[in-house]
Ligand binder design. Structure first.
Ligand code: C2E
Ligand code: CA
Ligand code: CA
Ligand code: CA
Length: 278
């Protein structure tokens, strides 16, 4: 037994070392990967109550030649550590603008919205708003269809600064969504100063809505709150028909999750569009 414990510790050390090596190797190759086309985005559909496709969320993907797909949370964490979050974010925004531009060139897809995720560290950059608007302006789009998903973590540094920047983007005409709602900040007082259009109920509450009365109460409270502030409400992480049916009474505007569609590569999403709009 003693020996086994020792072995476990050894294996743990080896695994940890392996993970550290992997992280360091990923750090070294990220910039090249960005330039080599090893990054891409996948799209996950968003649906209304009638189960009609109304838009998508762009989710970054990194297919590493050696390690395969790197999870976006890991990838974003590394990018933040080595100061590549702006290039990664810009890559995603360029991709999103290209896609939105293509959708807007066709009558049957020009109503679709497209969301991108922003890391708090992007928003904290001094030239954040100029950078975002500068990229969007290159595409001559109807940018009211572009959604920026942010999380409460943007408020962790300088709340006034964050609000000021978001207000610039909102006045420019972008649509602002507060992601993972209910998991972050404990105080709700900031909601009245944040210039957001929408909240996304975190998937943890949606996931537990069937058997957990607390989760149900969270969903109800978030919906009430959203309605009082006149915000659009999205539920993410809807995995089953049962969960969707449980959500219907709350009159939520938008639904997203594996039940409707998984994140798809661009060709597969294009196929989904053809099926949805032909
Ligand atoms: P998120 O913004 O909350 O995105 C939703 C995540 O839930 C995605 O994971 C999506 O694949 C997953 N998901 C969708 N439907 C379901 C479902 O029905 N059940 C479950 N269990 N999961 C579902 P993904 O793609 O692994 O992304 C994870 C997180 O990484 C995102 O969470 C977001 O915080 C971050 N992320 C992804 N792409 C980007 C990006 O381009 N920029 C930044 N800053 N962050 C990103
Ligand atoms: Ca999101
Ligand atoms: Ca989320
Ligand atoms: Ca509403």
């Amino acid at each position: 037994v003693k020996n086994g414990g020792k072995n476990d510790a050894l294996i743990f050390d080896l695994n940890m070392q392996k993970e550290l090596d992997r992280t360091s190797s990923l750090q070294k190759s990220m910039r090249d990967s960005l330039e080599n086309g090893d990054f891409c985005i996948h799209l996950q559909g968003k649906y209304n109550q009638q189960k009609t496709l109304i838009g998508a969320e762009a989710l970054v993907r990194w297919e590493h030649p050696e390690y395969g797909f790197i999870s976006p949370l890991k990838l974003i964490g590394i990018a933040e550590e080595i100061n590549l979050i702006v290039p990664v974010g810009n890559f995603v925004l360029h991709q999103a603008c290209t896609i939105l531009k293509a959708w807007q060139s066709k009558n049957n897809t020009k109503h679709l919205t497209l969301a991108v995720n922003l890391s708090a560290q992007q928003i904290w950059q001094e030239d954040f708003t100029d950078n975002i608007i500068g990229i969007i302006e290159q595409y001559k789009l109807d940018h009211s269809k572009l959604i920026l998903e942010i999380t409460e973590s943007v408020l962790l540094r300088d709340m006034n600064d964050a609000v000021k920047k978001l207000l610039i983007l909102k006045n420019y005409g972008l649509y602002l969504s507060l992601d993972d709602f209910g998991t972050g900040y404990s105080s709700l007082s900031y909601l009245k100063s944040l210039p957001i259009d929408e909240i996304k109920i975190d998937k943890s509450f949606v996931n537990d809505i069937i058997d957990d009365s607390q989760a149900k109460m969270m969903v109800k409270s978030i919906v009430d709150l959203g309605n009082n502030f006149n915000l659009n409400i999205v539920s993410e992480g809807v995995e089953t028909e049962k969960q969707f049916n449980a959500l219907i009474p709350y009159n939520i505007d938008v639904y997203q999750g594996f039940y409707f569609s998984k994140p798809l590569d661009l060709a597969s999403f294009e196929q989904l569009l053809i099926e949805s709009y032909s």
